[in-house]
Design a protein around this ligand. Structure first.
Ligand SMILES: Cc1ncc(COP(=O)(O)O)c(C=O)c1O
Length: 406
């Protein structure tokens, strides 16, 4: 007699563990050069500064209490105030009660889904888009409507047709250095997207984990900075990519009515995000060290991107195409039709190199000939060697197709 298996909620059927996290388990062996995860460079974690911040978190009775006791569901007030000032400097007005500290931005996607999505509700996403968001929307039995994209994000005319014919609960967008393609919306596209959504009264869930990892002169803007009345956009940010994903701290900038509705969902999920991590991050931010750290990781990631692009140009056969992102962590590769990146991954792992096949990033299938490469996590020597090995795998595969290989 099975006590458990026939009692699962219907919404859990067909929701599988993330394909990425399953691959990451396989490629975690130390002798594999992995371009798979979206992980920061471990040698660049500001471990000493965070150790000092952890020490500071216990330096007074007030901070010790805040770090160890149950805390407010909205998050640690000094951290929210610091973020409020930071956002104001970017032109985003977010008086403290509109900021919610979340357990990574993954939780924020989940919380927003919880309060907006009934089974069958529609959500518009780019195609491809972040797998963790697709997994979440599917888990709430949403109907995912894909908007076609080009190198600047969702195509506005196609999106306009979707919004004329459907009533989605929200549009999920990653305007800056998106996961998985590395592409960014142009400033014009951002303005067009914002006005179109506004005209149709559809809110935007803006996910911006990578905006601080820009290689140009300035930080790219957000849709939220266009949202002067704080009515049309929920902005999600995280410390995962800029500081440490293990701390699991992110934040959402929410319209007031959303904040009111989301708090019970946050309480039901975890009461509040780990207080010690929040106090530590606030102590770290107070020292002013983040700017220097960011400028350091931007420089290193920029160099790694350059190295990876140069190695790809050298080792990848003709017929393969890829994006040239101006920031973030990812390059997106498109192979000639007929090649399956999932099948090639097996070959690649046999040669001790790994990537993430692209198909899981497509809500309704497709993209079998695409894959994602991460350039932040591997050393410079491993980037050259790993791309060389991948180039060999691709050449073999093209020969197998009978294609001329240059
Ligand atoms: C677009 C996007 N959103 C959200 C997340 C989740 O990040 P966090 O670690 O803050 O939960 C990621 C992580 O890869 C991401 O790429």
């Amino acid at each position: 007699m099975q006590f458990f298996s026939h009692r699962f909620a219907a919404r859990t059927a067909g929701v599988n563990p993330s394909a990425i996290r399953e691959i990451l388990k396989i490629v975690a062996q130390p002798d594999i050069i992995s371009f798979a995860g979206g992980m920061p460079a471990p040698e660049l974690f500001p471990a000493e500064a965070l150790r000092a911040a952890a020490h500071e978190a216990f330096a007074t009775p007030e901070k010790t209490l805040a770090a160890l006791q149950y805390g407010p569901s909205e998050g640690y007030l000094p951290l929210r105030q610091w973020l409020e000032a930071q956002l104001a400097a970017e032109g985003i007005q977010a008086p403290g009660n509109n900021i919610l500290i979340t357990t990574g931005s993954q939780q924020a996607i989940d919380l927003v889904s919880r309060i907006y999505l009934d089974p069958g509700d529609e959500v518009v996403v780019g195609n491809p888009t972040f797998l963790g968001a697709l997994q979440c929307f599917n888990g709430f039995q949403a109907k995912i409507v894909t908007a076609p994209t080009d190198a600047h994000g969702m195509k506005i005319e196609a999106l306009a047709r979707i919004l004329e014919n459907r009533k989605p609960k929200f549009i999920y967008a990653i305007p800056n250095f998106e996961n998985p393609t590395g592409n960014s919306m142009s400033e014009d596209r951002k303005a067009e997207l914002y006005s179109l959504a506004r005209v149709h009264g559809v809110p935007i869930l803006e996910d911006d984990p990578y905006g601080d990892l820009y290689f140009g002169a300035t930080r790219p803007s957000t849709l939220k900075s266009l949202d002067h009345d704080n009515e049309g956009v929920i902005l999600l940010r995280t410390f995962s990519k800029v500081l440490s994903p293990g701390l699991r701290v992110g934040y959402a900038v929410l319209p007031q009515e959303v904040q009111t509705r989301v708090l019970p969902a946050k309480q039901s999920a975890d009461l509040h995000t780990t207080a010690l991590a929040q106090v530590m991050i606030h102590e770290y931010l107070k020292t002013g060290a983040l700017e220097g750290h960011l400028s350091n990781i931007r420089q290193v990631y920029h160099r790694r991107r350059d190295l990876m692009l140069a190695a790809m140009a050298k080792h990848f056969p003709t017929g393969c195409h890829w994006t040239k992102p101006d920031g973030g962590l990812f390059i997106w590769v498109t192979l000639p039709q007929g090649l399956s990146s999932a099948a090639l991954l097996e070959e690649a792992i046999a040669r001790k190199v790994a990537f993430i096949p692209g198909q899981p990033f497509y809500a309704h299938g497709g993209g079998e000939n695409t894959f994602r490469l991460n350039f932040s996590n591997a050393s410079e020597a491993n980037i050259e060697e790993g791309i060389k090995r991948l180039g060999e795998v691709l050449r073999q595969a093209l020969l197998g197709l009978g294609a001329p290989v240059a």
